[in-house]
Design a protein around this ligand. Structure first.
Ligand SMILES: Cc1cc2nc3c(=O)[nH]c(=O)nc-3n(C[C@H](O)[C@H](O)[C@H](O)COP(=O)(O)OP(=O)(O)OC[C@H]3O[C@@H](n4cnc5c(N)ncnc54)[C@H](O)[C@@H]3O)c2cc1C
Length: 372
């Protein structure tokens, strides 16, 4: 019997397995694909991390701890995972992106600098902004490489004794009261605690009536520029920008030529993670190209790819016990802003498995807020 089985070894499953194994638990992780794949939510070479947030004050202590844990992970893994470039939230003076971020930064005494459009463009010549735009910049921001994070967490977890099975699909699980039974396409396992970090497949694995989760297809691409220097890490931050009709986000050059860029595709769609289209169509390209041409000095985009958001109706996570099983922890920490918190999510999951409660405030993440 395993102490804990973790279903899904992506961004959050891998960090959970690492923290559980490091704390002495006998853990099995089961992943339906290879260690690194492009079917879920944790690929594409970079994810924004920033001390300033516009989302909710609950995330402030979590991001502080995440920065510490990312740095500890880099030391233990002996490889860079976190690149500090600074982060800027941009919009008109009354845009929620800008306003909310300033409010939270002031309230929580987070290091920040307010800049107008010309100051932003002087400091970061890659931008091309309307004159009425403002930005809130923090040096305490940058990006994490999701693939390296998964490799680091799984490698170190294995060193601590965790077992990780790839190319094995969990079909179902059942709380038998004395233990939980997990049935995969290869085996039947028993565990004392079950952790579900199945990302875009969470609806299926949580098996809760009227699931509040929906899965959205997102597209990103790389946009080079005439001036090869303007998007280099030394000259360009990570950013989130309210363009009026759309919100976009971007990264300095890493992996491919140019700025990586995406738009929050905020629609009511709910795609099936097993069948959604990974093909890039002309509408995808037009949406991204139209946005960049207004706000950044880019040429045509290239290297487009898709990825999945798993959203809740209020944009906050689910990190809680399963409503029908005390011994099952359900983790759906996406809504487009979950990767940066991977290490603290692993730490909280471990607390919930070991002590039944967390030392962090997780009230915001309760599943009971969604009424059936
Ligand atoms: C385009 C894009 C941009 C983003 N940008 C940012 C950002 O800048 N900053 C940020 O913090 N966050 C960002 N996010 C969000 C972040 O990437 C996600 O919150 C995070 O990757 C979610 O990790 P996860 O572990 O829930 O999902 P995943 O990493 O997808 O892991 C779930 C795993 O479970 C496996 N699985 C599912 N079902 C089964 C089963 N039955 N049996 C076995 N295995 C199973 C899947 O194969 C998968 O590997 C972004 C997301 C996208 C898509």
């Amino acid at each position: 019997m395993f102490d804990v089985i973790v279903i899904g070894v992506g961004g959050h499953g891998s960090s959970s397995i690492y923290h559980l194994a490091k704390n002495g638990l006998n853990v099995l992780g089961i992943e339906q694909f290879e260690q690194i794949h492009n079917n879920g939510s944790s690929h594409g070479l970079s994810r924004i991390i920033s001390l300033t947030t516009r989302v909710h004050p609950t995330y402030v202590p979590l991001i502080r701890r995440s920065f510490e844990l990312w740095r500890e992970l880099e030391v233990e893994y002996n490889k860079q995972i976190l690149y500090m470039t600074g982060c800027i939230y941009i919009g008109s003076e009354d845009s929620p992106i800008f306003k909310d971020c300033v409010e939270i930064a002031i309230e929580h005494d987070l290091e920040h600098e307010i800049m107008d459009a010309s100051e932003i463009m002087n400091k970061f010549p890659g931008f091309n902004l309307p004159s009425h735009f403002y930005g809130i910049f923090t040096k305490e921001g940058g990006f994490i490489t999701p693939e390296e994070s998964i490799k680091a967490h799984t490698k170190l977890a294995s060193n601590y004794g965790a077992t990780i099975n790839y190319n094995e699909e969990v079909l179902s699980w059942e709380d038998k009261e004395s233990h939980i039974e997990v049935i995969s396409d290869k085996n039947i396992y028993k565990c004392k605690k079950l952790v579900i970090t199945a990302g875009a497949w969470n609806t299926e694995m949580f098996n809760i009536p009227n699931s509040p989760l929906s899965v959205q297809r997102q597209v990103v691409g790389w946009f080079p520029s005439e001036d090869k220097n303007i998007f280099k890490k030394e000259n360009f931050p990570v950013w989130i920008l309210d363009g009026g009709t759309n919100e976009g986000y971007g990264f300095p050059e890493y992996g491919f030529d140019g700025m990586k860029f995406g738009i929050f595709n905020d629609t009511d769609e709910n795609v099936d993670p097993n069948t959604y289209s990974k093909d890039i169509n002309s509408e995808d390209i037009k949406l991204l190209t139209d946005f960049t041409k207004y706000f950044a000095k880019t040429n045509e985009g290239e290297n487009f790819s898709t990825c999945l958001f798993t959203n809740t109706p209020d944009g906050h996570w689910i990190l809680d016990k399963h409503p029908d099983s005390e011994n099952c922890i359900i983790v759906s920490c996406c809504s487009g802003h979950g990767f940066k918190f991977a290490p603290i999510i692993g730490e909280i999951v471990t607390e919930l498995c070991q002590k039944d409660s967390s030392s962090y405030d997780t009230e915001l993440f309760k599943i009971s807020r969604f009424k059936n």
